[in-house]
Ligand binder design. Structure first.
Ligand code: ATP
Ligand code: MG
Length: 603
């Protein structure tokens, strides 16, 4: 229950709406009670009139009496109708305030969680599954809303109605009140129990549904592999099995759901029965009138729904508390990468690693050991090494996706941790190893990181320029829609090399102080690679550039080359120096040159 306290700040934020909701709830209940009293009057009137009517047998007065009686009854009817309309209006406003408030809080809470997600470090995303994170912003928030809306509304309603109705009932006849109320707690408890079973089963149904949709999604996105390996029949069988489970669980849910209404109706019926029976006895004893019985039947009916709702509300609140706890767990997660500085500092691009060691916190793998190097502004550095040697980790440390375990990363002589994070990252042009492009147009993907206020024409121009430098403009222009071509799910699929080059264009369009290319030329042939490096030489001249690669051909023109193995530098120097020592670098160079020549011969 404590978890829900997180929401109090929102309740305070919308306190006036909530308070107004209270008022409307009370008003709508008041107007529900008056009609019952009028109906009592009309019942009593009927009885009296019949008695008096009999007295005036065979006189002219009977007709007049009948007319007056009719007029009164009509009047009562109209008043009841009028009160019902007023009650309706207040009920409308009750929902308009409280349910609207719950929707507003739902909106705020969702934004709060999403904003918080975005603050969290990469390792948070490594630890938690996407499905889980999505469930907390969608499903859990919806459950919390049920507490803020219906649960709060029905609770106020219940309390208000109870006080009003019970006070009125006791003032009429305490004994009858006691008898009539007996079935209500039973109703409440049984609804609570049925509701709990319903919740359990609907959760199972929900889980099965999401497993079913994950299955279908995978089958569709893997359709090429599926067809190539002739697994259609197998896939259809698996789907049928999943589908059957879903069907069975849904049927179980239907079974309990079907109990809900009959239980409620039976207990309402029981209350009515008691009212008529005990009320009849009281009437015979002369304690109450027939009108009171009619009045009581209406009260009992008024109480049943809120009392049934009490069971429902209890289970809503329990579910909301569990959901809010899951949400809080994420909200209380602090970003591991902190950004203490508020100052925006322009960097020149002097990068220095001082005896850096890095251990991945989740896996305990030591990816970098005692690494030291320095790149002066405008110079270029290459990092070469076999797979798993720690190259991408160097990039992760410069972008501050992770913080060093020991040692220091300095930019312009200042510890990277002392910079304001967003301003630092804004000055980096990073091409990650695993290219990710959004389902958007190519133009928008390239201009993704551009925060400058540019006109459409200027935007188009810089986008084209970046695409040209990344040697991908001729590909883009060959598409019928050019830069407006959509990529991703509903658009075209780019080849691996095209994606890499779009990703390069996206990095260089920002004209950053530091360029970080993580294996971004692996999917292009050496000739294209050369063209790209040639085109980029202008941009690279003025910026600090780090090129991470497997291939010697990508790195031979850089100012300094580090060869990494198991997180340590095993060789370093310029291309010529390294060739002279005839070490690993020279070995790789010869091998790769040979491979390249062979490939060209085949062509
Ligand atoms: P490749 O050339 O294949 O890209 P790499 O040189 O870039 O390899 P890194 O990605 O830096 O290699 O990985 C170095 C080591 O750190 C590997 O053993 C890898 O398993 C581990 N590692 C990499 N990323 C993570 C991570 N996010 N969490 C835990 N361990 C990781
Ligand atoms: Mg890598």
């Amino acid at each position: 229950m404590k978890a829900l306290a997180h929401l109090n700040k929102y309740l305070i934020k919308y306190r006036w709406r909530l308070l107004l909701g209270f008022v409307f709830v009370l008003a709508s209940n008041m107007f529900a009670i008056f009609p019952a009293q009028i109906i009592r009057h009309s019942f009593d009137l009927v009885k009296e009139t019949i008695d008096v009517y009999a007295l005036f047998d065979n006189t002219d007065l009977q007709a007049g009496l009948y007319k007056t009686f009719g007029t009164y009854l009509l009047l009562f009817g109209l008043v009841v109708l009028g009160l019902a309309i007023i009650k309706g209006i207040f009920t409308f406003f009750m929902r308009q305030t409280i349910i609207v408030m719950s929707r507003l809080i739902e909106y705020d809470l969702r934004n709060e969680i999403f904003d918080h997600y975005q603050q969290l470090s990469l390792s948070f995303y490594k630890r938690n599954s996407t499905g889980d994170m999505m469930a907390r912003v969608t499903e859990d928030v919806s459950r919390v809303r049920m507490y803020l809306g219906p649960a709060i509304m029905y609770t106020i309603n219940l309390v208000g109605l109870f006080i009003l109705v019970i006070v009125t009932m006791i003032s009429v006849n305490p004994r009858l009140t006691l008898y009539v109320l007996i079935p209500l707690p039973i109703l409440s408890v049984s609804i609570y129990m049925v509701q709990n079973i319903i919740n359990q089963r609907s959760e199972q149904v929900q889980r099965q549904l999401s497993s079913l949709s994950t299955y279908v999604q995978e089958a569709f996105s893997g359709i090429r592999v599926l067809k190539a390996f002739v697994r259609e029949q197998q896939s259809a069988d698996d789907f049928e099995r999943e589908s059957n489970t879903y069907h069975d669980l849904s049927m179980k849910l239907v079974n309990v759901n079907a109990f809900f209404m009959p239980i409620m109706l039976m207990l309402i019926g029981l209350s009515t029965l008691i009212t008529v029976y005990v009320g009849g006895l009281e009437t015979i004893r002369g304690e109450i009138t027939i009108g009171n019985i009619a009045e009581f039947i209406i009260y009992v009916n008024m109480l049943t729904w809120p009392v049934a709702a009490l069971g429902w509300v209890t289970s809503l609140v329990q579910r909301a508390a569990a959901s809010q706890q899951r949400i809080n767990e994420f909200l209380e997660t602090k970003p591991e990468i902190s950004s203490p500085s508020k100052e925006k500092i322009e960097i020149t691009g002097d990068i220095e690693f001082q005896d850096v060691t890095f251990v991945y916190p989740d896996s305990g793998i030591t990816a970098i050991q005692n690494l030291s190097f320095r790149i002066k502004p405008g110079h270029s550095l290459a990092i070469l090494g076999r797979t798993g040697s720690g190259k991408s980790t160097v990039a992760n440390l410069i972008t501050r996706s992770y913080d060093v375990t020991s040692g220091k990363v300095l930019i312009d002589g200042r510890d990277i941790r002392a910079y304001r994070l967003d301003s630092l990252r804004a000055q980096l042009g990073y091409v990650p190893q695993d290219v990710f492009l959004f389902s958007d147009t190519i133009g928008n993907n390239i201009a993704f990181g551009l925060h400058d206020q540019l006109t459409d024409a200027e935007m188009a121009q810089v986008t084209r320029e970046a695409a040209r430098q990344a040697v991908v403009s001729h590909n883009i222009e060959a598409f019928p829609d050019g830069y407006e071509t959509r990529i991703g799910e509903r658009g075209i699929t780019l080849s691996g090399g095209q994606k890499q080059r779009v990703s390069i264009a996206r990095a260089i369009i920002r004209k950053p102080a530091i360029l970080l290319f993580d294996d971004c030329l692996s999917a292009v042939d050496t000739r294209t690679e050369e063209a790209i490096l040639h085109n980029l030489s202008d941009i690279m001249d003025k910026r600090t550039t780090i090129i991470i690669s497997h291939r010697v051909s990508s790195v031979k023109h850089t100012n300094h080359i580090l060869v990494l193995d198991k997180g340590r530098v095993i060789e370093q120097g310029t291309h010529n120096e390294l060739m002279r020592v005839h070490g690993i670098y020279a070995d790789m160079y010869e091998k790769q040159k040979l491979e390249e020549e062979q490939r060209q011969n085949v062509d």
